[in-house]
Design a protein around this ligand. Structure first.
Ligand code: APR
Length: 186
């Protein structure tokens, strides 16, 4: 009798919250919280460019920028990650300038681009929650919800890492995941 091993991989198995520096992760792709020029900046953008080396900027120059909510991909160069997916989050302007939808598009478009390229492990920083001042709890809810919805419909991505640059960010992701889990169990 053949007993089929049924490996039930729930969506939650494919999401991981970790604390650390996204530039150190050996994953297929890390996501950069860039600006529309794609020519580097501070925050995680600065850290990624510094770790990747000057070839990253050279390739970014050829991309002709990126609109808010959109995503573009480059090689990772000196980073442990093979690819960098650059996405531009919205600047928080009080919540009445379509910021939620634009941030949701960052995750949706980055995940779609990853799937198109056969990327199976991808890491996100908390897009827009630094210099762009998007409220943390609202941003992490959008990040987890959009990722959860994507992973439910797509089986090609094995793991999404939410990389937190501080404990408060981790706590915010976990709060959202517990809320979603609670809703799933109803
Ligand atoms: N690893 C992981 N997360 C990081 C790292 C890092 N090395 N460095 C910063 N972060 C976190 C921040 O703590 C914040 O939670 O990334 C999140 C996003 O913050 P920012 O990098 O400031 O990005 P954002 O708020 O989207 O603003 C984008 O900042 O760096 C410029 O060129 C960028 O103009 C753009 C703007």
């Amino acid at each position: 009798m053949i007993i089929k091993k049924l490996k039930v991989v729930t969506v939650l198995d494919r999401i991981e919250v970790i604390q650390g520096d996204i530039t150190t992760l050996t994953v297929d792709a890390i996501t950069n919280a860039a600006n529309s020029s794609l020519l580097g900046g501070g925050g995680v953008d600065g850290a990624i460019h510094k770790a990747a080396g000057p070839s990253l900027l050279e390739e970014c120059r050829k991309l002709n920028g990126c609109h808010t909510g959109e995503a573009k991909i480059t090689a990772g160069y000196k980073l442990p990650a093979k690819w960098v997916i650059h996405t531009v989050g919205p600047v928080w302007q009080g919540g009445n300038h379509n910021e939620d939808e634009l941030l949701a598009r960052c995750y949706r478009n980055s995940l779609t681009l990853a799937e198109e390229r056969g990327i199976t492990t991808i890491a996100f920083p908390a897009i827009s929650t630094g210099i762009y001042r998007f409220p943390l709890g609202r941003a992490t809810k959008i990040a987890v919800t959009e990722t959860w919805n994507f992973l439910r419909k797509n089986n090609t991505i094995d793991k999404v890492f939410f990389v937190c640059f501080g404990d408060s960010i981790c706590q915010s992701y976990w709060t959202v995941i517990r809320e979603i889990l609670g809703e799933e169990e109803k």
